[in-house]
Design a protein around this ligand. Structure first.
Ligand code: DGY
Length: 327
């Protein structure tokens, strides 16, 4: 029996390539650090039964039109806002993602940003680099304590739960906002449910771990920043468009929130002239929530396992729209 044809928008780690090459006939965009150009992608899927894609690839009706044989789109990410899942479902194309394997790594980054923003780590290093570190004085580079503060997680799913779990060592008061209360999460983390506005008013530290969808797009803007406490620290490790970036810049300039840690941006990648980079009270990193060797390798192998299982009739580890396509 001939192997199914698949297209990859990037070469993956060897462990994932082995899984794919054993079961499939593989063609790919083989440039490690550049997204697959749209015309290459559209040509690449013309004969493909499977597509393995990454965050920068837009999977929409145009692409589905160009891919008459496509049966599965496997993304190497937990978030799939770059994929028109409804359009895939309408064509009975299965979509899969990589939940679970990046939870702890992303929660670690949320904490790295919380600590860096609250304790002015990057600002301090820049001050030294500029040769401006003068003699010690009482209020030099003072920040905000995490210990004893109230931590509010907005969108407490897997990653948000892991962020809350890490707070134990900091003796924090914990709260969360989800569409509805989650008694299991409360039992596990001792976090209490608060309505959204109340969480914003109550929390000293706010971490966003929501998925991006029509409800969450633009959820944080001028109104929400104005509700925050004066010394609040704001962290976003979810998706950039959940935050109105212009409003965040204005809010940070006015000092409420006091500081922010940002991993994700409205349009990625950002350039060196992005206004958030000019603010001393904002720590920016380039969408590295899941970026450890072990986690990125696990994401790649899980994406490969999803793709192969979908094409060979095995149980698919993490389908997104199984019901809709009758899987
Ligand atoms: C995801 O998986 O959605 C992250 O944003 C990238 O790791």
């Amino acid at each position: 029996m001939s192997k199914p044809t698949i297209f990859l928008t990037r070469r993956l780690q060897p462990a994932a390539m082995r899984i794919l090459e054993q079961a499939c006939q593989v063609s790919l965009w083989d440039v490690e650090d550049q997204p697959c150009p749209r015309d290459v992608l559209l040509r690449g899927v013309a004969e493909a039964e499977g597509l393995l894609c990454l965050l920068p690839d837009r999977i929409d009706s145009e692409l589905l039109e160009a891919a008459p044989h496509l049966r599965v789109v496997a993304t190497m990410a937990v978030g799939y806002d770059n994929i028109d899942v409804a359009a895939c479902s309408a064509r009975r194309v299965l979509v899969t993602n990589t939940p679970g394997v990046l939870t702890e790594t992303t929660a670690d980054l949320a904490w790295a940003l919380l600590l860096a923003a609250a304790r002015r780590i990057v600002e301090g290093q820049r001050m030294i680099e500029r040769g401006e570190w003068g003699p010690w004085y009482p209020m030099q580079m003072v920040g905000i304590d995490l210990c004893g503060a109230t931590l509010g997680v907005v969108g407490a799913g897997r990653i948000g739960g892991a962020v809350l779990r890490r707070a134990t060592g900091f003796s924090m008061d914990l709260c969360y906002y989800n569409r509805r209360p989650d008694p299991e999460l409360e039992a596990r983390t001792a976090a209490r449910y608060l309505p959204f506005d109340e969480l914003l008013r109550t929390s000293d530290m706010i971490v966003v771990t929501l998925p991006l969808n029509d409800t969450t797009r633009g959820m944080f803007g001028a109104r929400e920043f104005a509700l925050m406490r004066e010394n609040a620290i704001f962290v976003n490790v979810a998706r950039g468009p959940i935050v109105r970036e212009g409003d965040l810049v204005a809010a940070l300039r006015s000092g409420r929130p006091r500081a922010a840690g940002i991993d994700v941006f409205e349009r990625e990648p950002i350039g060196a002239d992005h206004p958030l980079l000019a603010l001393p009270n904002c720590v920016c990193v380039p969408h590295i929530g899941s970026a450890t060797i072990a986690t990125r390798t696990r994401m790649a192998t899980l994406a490969a396992e999803n793709l192969v299982a979908a094409l060979t009739g095995g149980p698919v580890p993490s389908p997104v729209n199984a019901e809709a396509v009758g899987w």
